[in-house]
Write a protein of this length. Structure first.
Length: 304
């Protein structure tokens, strides 16, 4: 299966696709498609790579991914272990306003919705406080068929545009989705190499060799297509892993062990990079999210 582009199989009797998955891990290759994708994570943890940015994901998170945006839900390493019994579960909605749904989105009544999608062309993460409501509309759409599915879809779109302006974009508005298939395949190999080996000592030369490029060519290529230098991207992948482990296992592992397991060779370097990426020291990060978890619960993952 090609990593870029990725073709969504659309049944003859549907204009909006609803998909429920339960698998050992998410699809592991960077890919894109013409459809918008809205995914509610019910079970599973990892890192979403979307365009030139990265986001942690966990149960309850809902992501709206723009059409043609290269993306990858990268499950954490433990999901790929031979004896792993972990699974991921998610519900996704796919729709193409420029394809079969173009006549619908050209109606005057859909002008506001069309403008909302245009303003947020790369997609966004649904704020936690709206997660339950959006998940409910996704569930309704997933369970309906025939003409009722169109009514459910309109209700779903209405709730999305009701989120307004205060939403977190998945990547910079200046990011270009104009990536050739060949470039996408090579970029997918490079990103997969980094995300699968970040806990080991890997160098710029290692990554350049995966892309069959010189160091200089690789640096220009990687910066152009991700917006990151190799070091900054590697650091973010490592910090995303460390953040998860700090919240789940800090009492047993300790901060220094988590730093080394994420690929850092010194605790001082880890502390410096962690603060530059998150804005917190590791201990302050634990305190902040511990306080949040004591006052906020989000059962979105139980909606489907």
């Amino acid at each position: 299966m090609k990593a870029l582009p990725f073709t969504i199989l659309v049944p003859d009797d549907k204009s909006v696709i609803s998909e429920q998955i339960s698998l050992p891990h998410f699809y592991r290759y960077l890919h894109r498609h013409d459809e918008w994708q809205v995914t509610c994570i019910q079970s599973g943890e990892g890192t979403l790579i979307a365009g030139n940015d990265m986001h942690q994901f966990c149960p309850g998170d809902i992501f709206v991914i723009g059409a043609k945006l290269p993306h990858l839900f990268k499950s954490n390493p433990e999901y790929f272990l031979p004896d792993s019994e972990l699974r991921v579960e998610a519900c996704s909605i796919y729709f193409n306003p420029s394809g079969i749904l173009a006549p619908l989105f050209s109606l005057p009544e859909m002008k506001t919705a069309s403008l909302f999608l245009l303003r947020n062309k790369h997609g966004f993460k649904v704020p936690k406080r709206y997660g339950r409501k959006i998940a409910a509309t996704m569930l309704d759409l997933h369970q309906t068929n025939g003409p009722d599915a169109l009514f459910s879809f309109l209700n779903f779109i209405n709730h999305l545009q009701g989120l307004g302006e205060n939403i977190e974009p998945l990547c910079s508005a200046t990011y270009s989705t104009d990536v050739s298939e060949g470039e996408g395949l090579r970029l997918s190999r490079i990103i997969s190499f980094i995300t699968e080996n970040y806990d080991q000592p890997i160098t710029l030369e290692d990554a350049a060799n995966i892309g069959f490029m010189t160091r200089q060519s690789f640096c220009r290529y990687f910066k152009k297509h991700t917006g990151h230098t190799f070091v900054s991207f590697l650091n973010e992948v490592r910090i995303n892993d460390a953040r998860k482990n700090l919240l789940l296992r800090h009492k047993s592992d300790g901060i220094s062990n988590i730093a080394y397991k994420a690929g850092f060779n010194s605790i001082s370097n880890f502390n410096q990079v962690f603060k530059s990426v998150t804005g917190y020291t590791p201990s302050a990060y634990i305190d902040f999210y511990t306080n949040i978890s004591q006052t906020d619960s989000d059962p979105v993952s139980q909606s489907f």
